[in-house]
Ligand binder design. Structure first.
Ligand SMILES: [Fe+2]
Length: 134
């Protein structure tokens, strides 16, 4: 299992973005630490959270990119789209088979690894650019 604790190395330095990331981390962390039985009950809530809050968070970042004429907008947006694609696959799996252990594991692992990867590279680049323009 991948670790999902927030730590300072994940900070981008743009407060609004960091606050939203922290919220996502804390929600995923809560899920990861539940018993298998409770996870089954909470996974739907998690999926709804991802489809709601995370999508809103993407929009917030994308608005910044547009407002500040960010040169890597297409690349960054594409990563968001890739996440949404994975999300749709997970949602489909959930609707088809319900909260199976494999599906729960898949959701946790995909969300966690995507988040780390995306924050550490893509969001940090964006934040550095935004700070240089502030
Ligand atoms: Fe992003």
């Amino acid at each position: 299992m991948v670790n999902i604790e927030w730590n300072d190395s994940l900070e981008t330095g743009v407060e609004i973005i960091d606050d939203q990331h922290k919220e996502i981390f804390s929600r995923v962390d809560t899920l990861v630490n539940l018993s298998e039985e409770k996870k089954k009950k909470e996974i739907e809530k998690m999926l709804r959270f991802l489809g709601g809050y995370v999508v809103e968070h993407f929009s917030a970042e994308e608005e910044y990119m547009i407002d500040f004429n960010y040169p890597e907008y297409d690349f960054h947006k594409e990563e968001h789209m890739q996440f949404l694609k994975s999300y749709k696959v997970l949602m489909k799996e959930y609707k088809k088979k319900g909260a199976t252990p494999a599906m729960i594991n898949d959701t946790q692992n995909k969300v966690i690894s995507w988040l780390y990867d995306h924050i550490m590279r893509t969001d940090k680049n964006l934040a550095a650019f935004l700070k240089s323009r502030a």
